[in-house]
Design a protein around this ligand. Structure first.
Ligand SMILES: [Zn+2]
Length: 95
C-alpha cells in the first residue's frame, strides 16, 4: 500500500515489498512523475475525482493502472537483466 505526493511515495509496508512489486512501483511512479510533477494531480483534484468516481474509476487511478499495465513486461525484463548482471558480478568476486 502506498500514497503519493509531489516527489514522494509514502509506504505503509516495507520498502523491500514495494520494490518487489513492479506493477505497484510503476503505478506510483506514474502518479509522482506524470501526474504530481506537472501539477495535474493535486490533493484537491484527487479529492474531487474521488467524490465523483470513487477510487477505482477515478481518472488518476485509471491512468496509473494503464501505465503500469502497458510497461510491466518491459520493466520486469529490465529488472531481470539488471539482477542477472548483479548476480554475475557477485559470482566473480573472490570468496
Ligand atoms: Zn494509484
Amino acid at each position: 500500500m502506498a500514497t503519493t505526493r509531489r516527489r514522494r511515495i509514502y509506504l505503509r509496508g516495507s520498502a523491500a515489498e514495494f520494490f518487489d512489486d513492479p506493477t505497484l512501483l510503476l503505478h506510483e511512479y506514474f502518479h509522482v512523475l506524470k501526474q504530481w510533477e506537472p501539477g495535474l494531480l493535486t490533493v484537491r483534484h484527487y479529492f474531487l475525482e474521488w467524490l465523483r468516481h470513487g477510487y477505482w474509476r477515478n481518472r488518476f487511478e485509471i491512468e496509473a493502472r494503464d501505465f503500469a499495465t502497458a510497461h510491466f513486461l518491459h520493466f520486469r525484463a529490465l529488472l531481470a537483466r539488471a539482477k542477472s548482471r548483479t548476480g554475475a558480478a557477485d559470482e566473480s568476486r573472490p570468496a
